[in-house]
Design a protein around this ligand. Structure first.
Ligand code: 2P0
Length: 348
């Protein structure tokens, strides 16, 4: 299977112009990544499997600035500062090492989703940055190599290199063997195109970053390793359910995997709890829909927001019930979306 990373019309030599723009979409894991076995290389402890969405894209332009003394990073029009800037600068350094070049760059990133709210902005962000950065610095990487690169920015970003469904392998060994074997690839799922209702109960930044939360959970939660082994079973079951295009089985497995991941966080010392009363109300609404015969299943990431997997024809009803359960929330209906893409250069 080949993955086309350029839209028709994107110039093949765009990299030589030392400027590139890429678009990537967030992904939501049905089998979660939580915990790292190598914090430097961002190697996950468990395999994960996700659905890429068709909403909330990130658009990132990287332009080399040979005369400048430092990188400039803008996020939604404002200069990025602190750790956010540092992560981008470190990532550019990695690309520069791979490309054997030294010029600094200007990075302009636009998110259409609240940053840092558990809505996978770092996944779309680093997938777009990996593709735009690799292209601007003239690196010729295939999609699997790009997923490895994106992983170094944020592990979940490696899955956003691909559209539809993708798996991120935790890999094996240490050092360069681990780096080589921890990559994402597409999971072919013919005839399965569910909807995912993204219920934003709180769009504000989370109190504990996912990186800090997963470190604390991995280091201190007695429940973590039990979840990690059951997650391997969940993954095998999920592959079977996807092959059968069985939404009820996919949803049940995704929900148990996500709630199990949150249980590991509740067991951390001190505990990490992303659930809020509004989260609980939405989870109750999802259970209520099921009691009425609607196939609806919840998953949650490192934040209070809930994503509900359902048949496309039930999505409007899910949105109504979510709105009733959590007044003031906003819900967006997503479907499967595309992998990361270079945007054709628009000449002035
Ligand atoms: C996931 N999450 O599989 C899981 C489920 C959140 C919960 O990947 O440290 O931003 O940059 O690798 O990828 C969020 O963590 O963490 C995440 P880093 P990332 O989607």
């Amino acid at each position: 299977m080949t993955t086309e990373l350029s839209e028709p019309g994107a110039p093949a030599d765009e990299g030589r112009e030392h400027r590139a723009t890429a678009v990537a979409h967030p992904n939501i894991a049905l089998i979660k990544y939580w915990g790292k076995r190598d914090e430097q290389l961002l190697i996950p402890y468990v395999d994960s499997l996700s659905m890429t969405l068709d909403v909330f894209p990130t658009t990132t332009t990287v332009r080399l600035t040979p005369g400048a003394d430092t990188d400039r990073v803008a996020l939604d029009g404002s200069a990025a500062v602190g750790e956010q800037r540092q992560r981008v600068v470190a990532f550019l350094g990695l690309i520069r090492t791979m490309a054997g070049r030294a010029e600094p760059a200007d990075v302009d990133t636009r998110n259409s989703v609240p940053t840092g709210a558990g809505l996978a902005s770092s996944a779309s962000g680093f997938a777009a940055l990996a593709l735009a950065g690799a292209s601007a610095y003239g690196l010729d990487l295939d999609a699997i190599a790009l997923s490895r690169l994106a992983r170094r920015g944020s592990a979940s970003a490696s899955r956003s290199i691909f559209g539809d469904f993708a798996i991120l392998y935790a890999g094996r060994g240490t050092g360069s063997e681990a780096d080589r074997s921890a990559y994402a690839e597409p999971v072919a799922v013919p005839d399965f195109a569910p909807a995912m209702v993204i219920a934003v109960v709180n769009g504000g930044p989370k109190l504990v970053s996912s990186r800090a939360a997963m470190r604390r959970t991995f280091d201190t939660s007695p429940l973590y390793r039990a979840w990690a082994s059951s997650s391997a079973v969940d993954l095998a079951d999920m592959r079977t359910a996807l092959r059968r295009a069985d939404l009820d089985a996919v949803g049940e497995i995704a929900e148990r995997n996500a709630l199990g991941m949150h249980a590991t966080m509740l067991g951390a010392r001190p505990p990490v709890r992303y659930f809020t009363p509004a989260t609980m109300a939405v989870l109750d609404a999802v259970a209520g829909l099921r009691a009425e015969g609607v196939s609806a299943y919840a998953t949650m990431d490192a934040g209070p927001n809930v994503k509900v997997l359902c048949h496309p024809e039930d999505a409007a009803r899910v949105v109504t019930e979510v709105g009733r359960a959590a007044p003031g929330s906003a819900a967006v209906i997503a479907r499967c979306g595309p992998g990361a893409r270079l945007r054709p250069r628009v000449e002035p």
